[in-house]
Each structure stands twice: as C-alpha cells, then as structure tokens.
Design a protein around this ligand. Structure first.
Ligand code: AVJ
Ligand code: FE
Length: 428
C-alpha cells in the first residue's frame, strides 16, 4: 500500500483532493452530453470545459511545473488552458467519459508525485489547487442553473406587480424578520486585514493592520422582502438612487428586478442575482452604503475582548471548519435559505450569514495588499488589480468549504449580475 499512514500530511492531502473531486463529479450527475458542451450564454464556457480545465490546471501546476513530468495529453492544452480558445470555441469537447478518464490519469500521476513532493515548502500549491477546483464548481453550478432555467423558464412576476400576498403575510407573522433598523454598531480601531495561513491565496497576503473607523453594519443580508420595497418604490426608474456609472449601466441594460427574481425562496431569503450597481442603488435608497472590505471582514472575524487584545477568527463563529450547522454552503439546499436560519454561524458582533447563502458585494476595488507576491501565476489575481473589479466576500450556498473563510476575496466587474451575489449595507 503506497499510503500506509506513515505520512499523515500526505494522507490528509490525498483525502482532501479525493473529497473535492467527488463533489465535482456529483455536479455532473444527470447532466446530458448535450448540456455538457452547451454554452449557456456568451459570458460562460460549457460545464464540460470547466471539468477539463480543472484537470488540466492540476496537471500543469503539479505535474509539469512542480514534478517536471511530461504533459499528459498535450493536445488538450489549447482546449483547456484558461488563455487558450475563446469561450465560444470551447464547445467541441471530448465526451464526459473521456474527460473523466483524463482527470483520472492526471490523478494517478499526482498520487505518485505526492509521495515525493516537498510539502513543507510547497503546501500552498496543493491548497490553491483544491480552491481552484472549488471555485470552478461554483461556476459549474451557476451554468447548470442557467441551463435548467432556460429549459424550464420560471414564470417571472410581471413588471411592477406587487409581492404575492402569501409572501407578504409571512413576513408580517415573523417578528424576527430583519428590518432596516436592524444594524450592529462596531467600534473603530485597528483591525488585522488579510490572511497569512497556509491556505491563503496570493491576494489575501500579507495580513496587515488597517484603521477602521466606527460604523454600523446590517445584522442580516438584505432580503428579497426588503428589496421588493425598492422595486415597488420605482427604484429602477429613479436616477437619484444610482451612481452616475450605475444609472448609465441601467440605461444600457434596462432591467427592473434581479435576475430570476422570486424564482426561489420567500421574503426572508437574501436578494441575489444583482450587479454591484443595483446593490449600491438599494443602499442609497435606504440611506446607507455598501461596507468596505475591511468593515465587512471586521464584522465577520473580529472578536473584541474587553480586557485582552482582540483576536481574529478564521470564521465568524470561531476557528472550527465550516459544517452544515454553521451556514448554507456546498450546495446543501441547492438554493438560498432564510437569513436568520443559521444562529450557529453568528459573528462575535451577532451578524448572521456572513459566510454562505450569498456572496456580498463590498464597496472596495480589488487591489493588492502590501508586499503582494503573485502565485502561482500573475494571471490569477494580479491582472485584476485594474480598478474594474469590486470585491465580494463571504461565499454563497454554492461555495464549498475550502473557499469559505472571512479573509477570502472574490472579485467581479460591477456590471456582472452575479447569480450567487447579494449584499448587506453599512452606515456611518
Ligand atoms: C476569482 C472566481 C473570479 O472563476 O474567474 C478560477 C477564480 N481563477 N480559475 C474565476 C479562478 C482561475 C476566478 N474568480
Ligand atoms: Fe481556472
């Protein structure tokens, strides 16, 4: 037996990679060969491409660059490299079975290499690969949802039609339903932003102290019930609520509700499927603003202690790895959950749902921290430090545990209506 249990770190990595792959393959259950190679729209690659790209990336970074092995299936490079073919030309794919066989051959070589890999100095690369796979799984989930909705269109609530009566009465029966006033005060001071852990991606390093002035933050993500009021008040028709750039975006993309509005959940589910511009407009509508990245992370991870110096937690609830009692993640419910459902996931300040359920837009442009050092390649983070991408925090219901932590930074252009993104507001 190659893995006899004498190298616990090797075994742990093997286990993590195996679990990650099982979750990836689970997403493809019931996916037809047709869907496998179909583009949902021009912003996306087919899900089958993502599967091949996961294997290609593992082979490229572990086997070619680290181990120095010759590439397996060199003819796949052009197809599966991120900088290979344009998205529209990624539909001519091998079959699901062929791509699975490709992934398996790479894995077999990875197991060989794991026995000799210098884990004491290179463990971060293995962490990066698991998180790379996890992030592509989230995109696969997004694309599969787009396909399912295209083949079975949900009947959207017509323009300006009020919230269905049943949902409105639910909200009245629940006195615990968050409202605009339900905010948490957070005292100003120095805060340790970022992450130096082994699992930290290049953009999370280095952890450094920043001054965060006193502010208030919403206890819960903004709900669909709250967002409905913005829609009903004509929020999408009044420029006063929008930034100049946001209003221009709206004129060019005339929409009047989030994507798939009311397709799932009820009034106490978080709003999702919004661009940064819509999140920003809603915040202005209620007289608030979006939090900065540092404010969000402080609300999530800071543990003020009256006598001792404050400490930073990895997760809002502490340092235990996320499980299904803490937050809605890993596709457990295949959708959002009510924002007050996960009391076990509260932060030290009593904020709910900071991790899981929906990604949260922040007011901060994606930028490098001091002493930024790109790895494994400049194209991972560095090319996005362009003042064109806003930071999202916290992960969604589709995010897998390896990517779920307070310090993780995601980024997208503000115009993109992220299917798994909502937001919470700040004040002060
Ligand atoms: C950080 C989620 C925007 O999926 O485009 C995957 C992550 N980078 N492969 C993406 C990523 C390279 C990235 N996001
Ligand atoms: Fe990738």
């Amino acid at each position: 037996e190659l893995f006899s249990g004498t190298e616990p770190l090797q075994l742990e990595i093997k286990d993590t990679l195996t679990q990650s792959r099982a979750r990836t393959l689970q997403l493809f259950e019931g996916v037809s060969e047709e869907t496998f190679r179909l583009q949902a729209n021009s912003d996306f690659s087919p899900v089958g491409w993502h599967l091949g790209h996961i294997g290609f990336t593992e082979g490229l970074w572990l086997l070619e660059h680290e181990a120095g092995y010759a590439p397996l299936f060199p003819e796949y490079r052009r197809l599966f490299a991120a900088d290979g073919l344009p998205k529209a030309e990624r539909q001519n794919l091998p079959s699901f079975a062929e791509i699975c066989a490709y992934l398996e051959q790479i894995r077999n070589q990875v197991w060989d290499y794991l026995l000799e890999a210098p884990l004491d100095t290179r463990a971060w690369l293995w962490h990066w690969l698991v998180q790379h796979e996890s992030q592509h799984c989230e995109t696969i989930t997004w694309v599969l949802q787009l396909h399912r909705r295209q083949s079975q269109p949900v009947s959207f609530v017509a323009k300006e039609k009020p919230w269905p009566a049943a949902l409105v009465s639910t909200s009245k029966e629940k006195p615990t339903l968050p409202d605009h006033q339900d905010m948490v005060p957070i005292e100003g001071g120095q805060f340790l932003l970022g992450n130096d852990g082994l699992e930290a991606l290049d953009n999370e390093r280095k952890a450094h102290w920043v001054q965060v002035d006193s502010f208030w933050i919403d206890r819960f993500p903004v709900t669909q019930g709250q967002y409905q009021q913005f829609i009903e008040a004509g929020g999408y028709r009044q420029s006063q609520f929008w930034s100049d750039e946001g209003w221009q975006w709206l004129q060019e993309n005339p929409v009047n509700h989030p994507t798939h509005w009311l397709a799932e959940g009820g009034a106490d589910h978080p709003v999702c499927g919004v661009s940064w511009y819509e999140a920003d407009a809603y915040a202005r509508f209620v007289g608030k603003r979006l939090p900065t990245e540092a404010e969000w992370e402080k609300a999530a991870c800071w543990q003020p202690r009256p006598q001792d110096p404050p400490t930073k937690r990895i997760y809002p609830w502490g340092n235990q790895t996320p499980d299904n009692h803490h937050c809605n993640h890993g596709g457990l419910h295949w959708g959002t959950t009510p924002v007050h459902q996960y009391a076990n996931g509260q932060s030290a300040f009593g904020c709910f749902d900071l991790l899981g359920n929906v990604w949260e837009w922040t007011n901060t442009w994606f930028h490098p921290f001091p002493d930024f050092d790109p790895y494994p390649y400049k194209g991972y983070s560095m090319v996005y430090f362009d003042h064109q991408h806003r930071i999202l925090k916290g992960g969604s219901w589709a995010t897998q545990a390896p990517v779920l932590r307070g310090a993780f930074r995601n980024w997208y252009e503000p115009r993109i209506r992220i299917h798994f993104a909502g937001f919470r507001c700040a004040y002060g």
